[in-house]
Design a protein around this ligand. Sequence first.
Ligand code: AMP
Length: 414
Amino acid sequence: MSFKSLKLNKPILRAIADKGYDNPTLIQEKAIPFILDKKDIIASAQTGTGKTAAFALPILQLLYDKQDAPKKGKKIRALVISPTRELATQIQNSFQNYSTYTNLRTTVVFGGTSIEPQKEILKKGVDILIATPGRLLDLHKQNIINLDYIETFVLDEADLMLDMGFIDDVKKIERLCPESKQTLLFSATMPYKVEALAKTILTTPERIEVTKQSSTSKNVEQLLYFVPKPKKIELCLHLLRNTIKKHRVIIFRRTKYGVDKLEKTLLKNGYTADSIHGDKTQSNRQIALNRFKKNEVNILVATDVAARGIDVTNLDAVINFDIPNSPETYVHRIGRTARAGALGVAYSFCSADEKTYIIAIQKLINQQLDVIADHPYPLDPKAKKEVHTSKKTGSKHKKGRKSIASKKKKKRWY
Ligand code: AMP
């Protein structure tokens, strides 16, 4: 199927050609006709499937067909809600690219940065607004944003949005938009709570499912290292020194404290690395991401939630420094390697207390990970589960986890 046969108009087709896309991805093929037809949709699709263009292209076309307002009189007619600032910025970039040959205007608003410049842009008039929930409600309260003219409302990464505690904000925003609007819900996974939300905000939606087979495909070599917890750093340095070398790698850790600690060790050992997690300022997170994207650093250390949704391509490897306790998270993580048919490697470091997570992962992906026994820091197979019951001092991570910033911003726990 070609983009032309999706009945997209010339200015949009031209922008797609500029981006070098030859054919629509599966989610685009399925979603674009429904969206152009003004249907509500519920789509399960992960980052990397081309889902942003799947809603951005038809939204631009619908708005383009009806553009009549002069610049100053522009009303916000499409609203996209995103859980994280990075993802919101990425969506904005996509809209801007795809609308190059139209006079449709897009802007993005999110917290953590000054509100004044955002107000100025909004006052000049935009057609499409990308926003994180908190800042959107702030601006609405201040009468800077009018949602009365919304024709299409997009909820992106709905599962993450709910995990982050945005459910009430999302419902509030939805109610602020006209009842007659078209609503598009995208979610990487479809847990019960997402289905429940969908029931309340969607009207006879079309259901679309796109599973990214490649996420656990033959394109990703999945290697499992059993290693004592205190030796994980040494194993990581060993692999970086001997195997991964200058390759591009994301190292996932469960906590912000763990991310900071590992980053410091890597820098001390002469590696070029940066990190992203929820306690870093927005601009520092963006700087880290840009440095990684531009190859100024080849290692990015990240927590799952801060990294999720970020479009980082051409990864050679992913290191699961901590094994995620949710098997779906494992699938997300390793889905970042080996995009577009290239070969990638996922290294998983499993300590004694994480063995049960591996069992759950193997069950979900219906596949056995390749155990690499030949490495310098093997785990004694008889090692007992490390029990984390109350020691006198409590968790050794306690201090790091409860930073001042995280205490202040309770909602942003990631
Ligand atoms: P997304 O899932 O929206 O994060 O998109 C993942 C990546 O796929 C982005 O880098 C897009 O630029 C790219 N992309 C989107 N649609 C296509 C397409 N039809 N052909 C090739 N690449 C695409």
